[in-house]
Design a protein around this ligand. Sequence first.
Ligand code: BGC
Length: 456
Amino acid sequence: MRSVLGSPGLRRHVLAAIASTGGLLFGFDTGIISGALPLIQREWHLDTFASGLLVAVLLGGAVIGALVAGQVCDRLGRREIITATSATFALGAFGSGLAPSIDWLIVNRAVVGLALGAISVSVPLHIAEIAPAKSRGALVSCNQLAITIGILLAYIIAAMLGNHHEAWRHMFMAGSALAVLLGITSVALLESPRWLLWQDDEQEARRVLGELIARPQDVDREIDRIKRGLAAESESSLGRLILGRGRPAMVTGMGLYFFQQFVGINAILYFAPSIFAKAGFDSQTAALLATVAIGILNVLMTVLAMRLLDRVGRRPLLSIGFAGMALSLLAVGLTFAAFEGESGPQRWLVLLALMTFIACFAVSIGPIGWLMISEIYPTTLRGRAMSIPSAAHWLFNAAISFSFLPLLLHLGDGPTFGLFALFAVTGWFFCRFLVPETKGLTLEEIQEPHPERPPT
Ligand code: BGC
């Protein structure tokens, strides 16, 4: 490893990039379903119940996968789970591609869901524990960058495969190819030195840190620091963490995901072509805009976030992001309410506002959600603690994905976006008062009580 991956600094980036292939699977699979589902519906004449079930089993599997992964990460380590998960994903995606019947497809989508849930916990956790404090924001957010690239890749592959007979099978197969890539490269990952020290395996922790830190004296210092942090951790049971001193951190994690999902990001990503069509674009332009304007902007703004997170900090980006999301969602809502059903120049307003929304999401709560839950819990409970908000994230995602179309139908387009704007405003206040700043602090320092920071 040492000679192949060059300097320790470069090695951390390469390892973060390898682990982030998990994010690619996450983004690809959540993105590909909007291309695959209409084709499966057409081929197998699915009714609304069967189509809903196909989406629901994936999200249900992800909830269970997240909860199980948290336990496994704490008991067996942070590395092996990534390899095991990629194998599970590959099997599920391959099985989905070959599915001879809807029952078979549903089972395989549940297997993919299990893997997705596990990936959503293990990847940010793994990267956070090998990253130095000064660049943890950028390194953990490689995962979010990979999620956005995965979504874009899914849009592009779906567009390239078109809607010919059985194209959906190739879409799922493409996901399994990505999982094989992760499986192969994940053998290069290193176990987390924090987990090794928690397990009293100082020799291996020293070896791993020797790969990640240039100077031997810095390795000694890092070992002492992590050991002191472990000794100071007072909560050893998850129940006590949730109900005792760690409760604010649990509230922070749950709240970050609640607002990440309830501003409507996935409603907009999944239904962008129909939103643009409603705003007055013809259907081909609408589909193109969804891919180019939304997909590419999401990737580019995540790159910008990676540059800013460790310089500006998490809290200022959350403030700017939620304020921008609130204003842009309000603009979409008002435009729809004012020009209901008309086709005219207002479509450009909707396009501009939705692009502003995506930019604000991608520079703030998109990456910061996954980043902060990997930072705010103690090492000896990190996997189990992270798994609770991560599982909730999948439930929140399901709630929005299933309620968006009924909301449009019963409330109308304008009020639905107005509701999302209200969530963005509440999210702004939540972050202002209940989210701590973690920029530049080691994972151990984040656990120390600090009078000027909201507690974790
Ligand atoms: C969210 C996903 C969302 C994606 C969009 C992630 O942080 O968890 O639900 O689809 O960002 O970029």
